[in-house]
Design a protein around this ligand. Structure first.
Ligand code: SF4
Length: 88
């Protein structure tokens, strides 16, 4: 399998792009609802781990990847940095 072949197995390929990437003018309430719906799709996705790792190891600032929002990814990156620092 090529390194990005997992993308072809993502559940999001059956969903509207706007469910995973915010449309212009989205309110906070709309964002919360959209993110909850997108996370449900990700939770049933067979490549959630690959997708999440892909986004965490790149400067992906937008969208839902691997069931994580941009804020979720910032928190996870920070947690990993702190774990690495403690292990050093
Ligand atoms: S984890 Fe979510 S964003 Fe990633 S491929 Fe699966 S459905 Fe798409």
């Amino acid at each position: 399998m090529k390194s990005h072949d997992w993308r072809r197995q993502g559940r999001c390929r059956f969903e509207p792009f706007a469910l995973f990437f915010p449309p212009d003018g989205e309110t906070g309430e709309q964002r919360d609802m959209r993110e909850r719906r997108a996370k449900k799709v990700c939770a049933a996705c067979p490549v959630i781990d690959q997708c999440g790792e892909y986004a965490l190891t790149r400067p992906e600032r937008y969208g839902i990847w691997g069931g994580m929002t941009p804020d979720d990814r910032r928190i996870e990156r920070r947690r990993r940095r702190e774990t690495e620092r403690k292990a050093a």
